[in-house]
Each structure stands twice: as C-alpha cells, then as structure tokens.
Design a protein around this ligand. Sequence first.
Ligand code: GRF
Length: 199
Amino acid sequence: MTEKNIVILISGSGSNMAAIADAARGGQWERRHGARVAAVISNRPAAGGLSLARERGIATQVVDHTAFDGREAFDAALMAEIDRHRPTLVVLAGFMRILTPGFVRHYEGRLVNIHPSLLPAFPGLQTHQRAIEAGCRFAGCTVHRVTAELDHGEYLEQAVVPVLPGDTPASLAERVLSQEHLVYPRAIERLLARPALNP
Ligand code: GRF
C-alpha cells in the first residue's frame, strides 16, 4: 500500500485537527488506508492546537506569517515545509490565512477545507452571526475541496444543525463545531478510501 501522508494546517484551537488525528488512530487509518497524520503546521506560534498535536505524538512546525514580507513569501515557505512530508492530502483545519493561487494550484486535488456554514450560503467570516441575522432556521458546515475562489470547490460532506431561539453566534458555533468533528474525519476517510484522491 502506498503511504499517504496527511499534513494539517491550523491557526487556533485545533479541535478539528484533534478530531481527525483521533479518528485516524481509532479508525486505524494506517492499517486500512496506509495513511497517517505526518505533521501539523501552524501560522501562529501561540495556537492551542500545537500542544494537542504534540500530546498525540504528531510532529509540529510553526511558519509564522508575521515574519514574512507578503503572502507570496509566506506561502513559499509554507509550501517548502509542507512538501518535506510529501503529502497526499493537505487539510486546512481552522487555518485563517487566504492562500495565493500558486499555493492552491500546487496542491490541486489534494487540498481540503472545512467551512462553518452550509455553502454556498455565507462564505467568508462571521458565518454564525450572519446566519442568525438572516433568520436561518438551519445552519451547518461544509467540507470542500479548495479552489482559487474563497470557500468554493466540490462539496465532500455537509452537516445540518437547527438554529434555536435565543441562539448567539457562540452557541450556534458550538453546535456546528460538534458536527464539524464528525464530518471532517468522515470526509477525509472517504477520500483516502478512493483508489485515486482526485479521480
Ligand atoms: C472551525 O469552526 C472551522 O470551521 C473554522 O474555524 C474553526 C476552527 O476550529 N474555519 P478549530 O481550530 O478546529 O477548533
């Protein structure tokens, strides 16, 4: 079986990353798919997810975007760091940087993201607040392939939750996040099980 390395990019608390890493171990992805989480890379040195990764025995790196003069230079350094792991899949998990078209092209077919809305509704930021303000009865999350256009690309999984009376952006975010932790590992495992990741 060819070895499939997964590299996960984070910026913050890393709960999706942890859910994926735990699913990989619990679901025996190494034995069943030849897949392992090879590294977790953060653009923020203080990202809480870095310690969650270390606790799980996963190699971590920081590529601090503030140390670079512009997006192109940052993305080039990030790509170099990612490519050391020869990734089959690059997983954006709460990675809060807009990537350059060159980066997206470089990982075309191997790059996935989770977005906390039911795309195509509410691409971009503050999705929960916008869903509440729009009077949506349902909200959710979407796992999708990454293309040059922000929060577009083939949808791989979605999950739906109700918007409840009195919901705040924080309470809705929490309900959506618990679903993210289920659908993201599931979407990745389905990709790993395909004969080719990008048929
Ligand atoms: C998630 O809601 C994700 O969809 C969004 O940022 C949040 C990251 O949470 N892009 P975590 O870092 O995985 O805990």
